[in-house]
Design a protein around this ligand. Structure first.
Ligand SMILES: Cc1ncc(COP(=O)(O)O)c(C=O)c1O
Length: 365
C-alpha cells in the first residue's frame, strides 16, 4: 500500500525535455561529436559577459542568493522603464507560468490555450485540477484569437499565448493582439510568453509592454535561456502589475533564483554584441536551411524564432532515432499533437550543414 496522491495527478504527464548530449553519448556510446538541436538553446553558447561575471563571483556561492533579486530586478525595470515592483524573476520563465497556475487556478476555473501551444501552462492547470480548454489554430498555424475570445466564459481565469508558438514558430501581430487584449474581460489574466522576443525583427511584432502601461491584466514572460544562452542557469522574468506579482510571490519557494543566475542576468543584459551575433547567426541559419529543406521536399513553417517545425511523411520518431545514431539530437513533438514532425533548433553554420547531411541520409532511406 502507498499513500494516495491527489486523484487529478492521474491526468498529469510530466514535461519531456529534449535529450541531453551526455545522455545520448551514454546510451549509444557515440565517439564523434554530438550536436543538440533539440531545446532551442543558443548555438553560440552563453553570453561572454555573463560568463565573466559568474567567474568573478563564483566564490560567493556559499551565500544564499538575495531573495528579493534586487539588482537584477532593478536592471530589468530600468531597461523597460517600469517600477521594480512590476518585475518578477523566476527559476526559468516556466516557473512563472507554473506559479501563475498555482496562484490563480481553482478546480472550477479554466485555462484557455491554443491546441498546439507550449505545454507548461497546460501541465500547471492540470496539476491544479482546473479545466484546460484547447482552441485549434488557424490554417496558417497561428493562434485563432477571435475563437479564443469567443470561448471566454465565466470560468476562464487564465489565457496563455506563446508568441511565437513553440513548436510552430508563428506569431500573432501587433494589431490583432492589441484588439484582442482590448476585449478580454478584466478578471482574466493573459500570459504573453515571449521567450523568443529578442530574435524577432519584424515591426509588426506586438509592443506588449504597452498593454501593461494601458492597465491591462497581462503578464509578459521573457527568458535568459534563448538569446542570452543561459538555459542551464535557469533564469526568466515576468512583467506585470504589482498586485498580480504579489500573488505569484506568495506561492514560490524561497531563494528560487540562484545567486550566479542573478549576477549573470545583469551582465547578460549589457551584452549587446552577443545578442546581435546570435540574431545574425539565426538569420543566416534560416537562409541556409529553408532552401535545403525544400530540396529535401520536406514541409516546414518559416519561423520567427530560433527553431523550425519540420514535417515528414512517416512517424517522426523513426527519423528522430536515425538522426540520434548520427549524433544529431532533435525534438519530437508528438505531445504537441504532431506525430510526424520534428522541432529543430537553428544551429551554427557547421551544425546546420551537419543536420542537412544527416537528414539526407535518414529521409532517403
Ligand atoms: C514558449 C516558451 N516558453 C518558455 C520556455 C522555457 O523558458 P525557460 O528556460 O526560461 O524556463 C520555452 C523553452 O523552450 C518556450 O519555448
Amino acid at each position: 500500500m502507498l499513500p494516495l496522491p491527489r486523484p487529478n495527478l492521474a491526468n498529469v504527464k510530466p514535461y519531456k525535455p529534449g535529450k541531453p548530449i551526455e545522455e545520448l553519448i551514454r546510451e549509444l556510446k557515440l565517439k564523434g561529436e554530438v550536436i543538440k538541436l533539440a531545446s532551442n538553446e543558443n548555438p553560440l553558447g552563453a553570453s561572454p559577459k555573463a560568463i565573466a561575471a559568474i567567474r568573478k563571483f563564483i566564490a560567493e556561492s556559499y551565500l544564499y542568493p538575495d531573495d528579493n533579486v534586487y539588482y537584477l530586478r532593478q536592471a530589468l525595470a530600468k531597461k523597460f522603464k517600469l517600477d521594480m515592483d512590476w518585475v518578477m524573476v523566476g527559476d526559468g520563465s516556466v516557473e512563472l507560468i507554473y506559479l501563475a497556475c498555482l496562484a490563480y487556478l481553482r478546480p472550477e476555473d479554466e485555462l484557455l490555450v491554443s491546441e498546439h501551444s507550449f505545454i507548461i501552462a497546460k501541465i500547471g492547470a492540470r496539476v491544479m485540477d482546473s479545466r484546460v480548454t484547447e482552441i485549434p489554430l488557424r490554417d496558417d498555424y497561428t493562434h485563432d484569437l477571435s475563437r479564443i475570445l469567443k470561448s471566454i466564459n465565466s470560468a476562464t481565469k487564465i489565457i496563455y499565448i506563446d508568441n511565437p508558438i513553440n513548436p510552430l514558430g508563428t506569431i500573432v501581430k501587433k494589431r490583432e493582439l492589441g484588439q484582442f487584449i482590448e476585449q478580454v474581460p478584466e478578471d482574466v489574466l493573459v500570459i504573453l510568453d515571449e521567450a523568443y522576443y529578442e530574435y524577432i525583427a519584424t515591426k509588426d511584432y506586438p509592443d506588449s509592454i504597452k498593454y501593461l502601461r494601458d492597465g491591462k491584466n497581462v503578464m509578459i514572460l521573457r527568458t535568459y535561456s534563448k538569446i542570452y544562452g543561459l538555459a542551464g542557469l535557469r533564469l526568466g522574468y515576468g512583467l506585470s502589475k504589482p498586485e498580480i506579482i504579489a500573488n505569484l510571490m506568495k506561492v514560490r519557494y524561497p531563494f528560487n533564483v540562484n545567486r550566479l543566475a542573478q549576477i549573470a542576468g545583469i551582465a547578460a543584459l549589457k551584452d549587446l554584441r552577443h545578442a546581435q551575433r546570435s540574431r545574425k547567426i539565426n538569420e543566416a541559419g534560416k537562409k541556409f536551411l529553408y532552401p535545403e529543406l525544400k530540396k529535401l521536399k520536406l514541409f516546414f513553417i518559416p519561423t520567427y524564432a530560433n527553431f523550425i517545425f519540420v514535417s515528414f511523411v512517416e512517424d517522426s520518431h523513426v527519423i528522430y532515432e536515425r538522426l540520434l545514431r548520427l549524433g544529431v539530437i532533435t525534438r519530437t513533438v508528438k505531445e504537441y499533437g504532431f506525430p510526424n514532425a520534428l522541432r529543430i533548433t537553428i544551429g551554427t553554420p557547421a551544425q546546420n550543414r551537419r543536420l542537412i547531411e544527416a537528414l539526407k541520409q535518414v529521409v532517403r532511406r
